[in-house]
Design a protein. Structure first.
Length: 165
């Protein structure tokens, strides 16, 4: 009995598919789509010019907004070493805040931490006592003196920020 019902439904679906194919395929707008295209063409060049001007205005606004975001993201910026920029800034931010352009970064906030604590943490990351594969990979080839230099530089961030004001 189940097979008979399934067979009848299958034949019905196939009949509907053939009927749709013979009528010219599924409805894709048909004649109505052509009317809408013609209507769009008859609006004239004024509408097209207005759309282009609107896009130009929108592009100018986007550029201005981007410039403001960049400026806002760099307000707290102060001079840092190239080594810090290349090793640390992508995760901890240019100023060690853990944010860049208003977005939270992967690394925690370093700004305001004590240089000795930072140095101890860097040694622990390098030795593997603190687990973080990114930090270990970045620090694996650095000497103790380089780690101390990083810790001292980051420890000076609050003083550099005050001097920048």
């Amino acid at each position: 009995m189940k097979n008979i019902i399934v067979g009848i439904l299958t034949v019905g679906v196939l009949a509907l598919m053939i009927s749709t194919f013979m009528r010219g395929g599924a409805f894709q707008g048909g004649e109505h789509a052509k009317v809408i295209e013609d209507f769009g063409d008859s609006m004239g060049e004024n509408a097209a010019t207005a759309a282009v001007d609107e896009k130009d205005d929108r592009a100018k606004e986007e550029e201005q907004l981007k410039a403001l975001r960049d400026k806002a993201g760099n307000v707290g910026a102060f001079p840092v070493s190239q080594a810090y920029k290349s090793k640390c800034a992508s995760c901890h931010g240019v100023n060690g805040s853990g944010f860049q352009n208003g977005k939270k970064l992967m690394g925690p906030k370093l700004y305001g931490q004590d240089a000795e604590k930072l140095y101890t943490d860097l040694i622990d990351f390098k030795a593997g006592r603190k687990e973080n594969m990114i930090m270990k990979g970045l620090l694996i080839n650095l000497s103790q003196e380089e780690l101390k230099t990083f810790a001292d530089e980051i420890g000076e961030f609050p003083a550099r920020a005050k001097a920048q004001e």
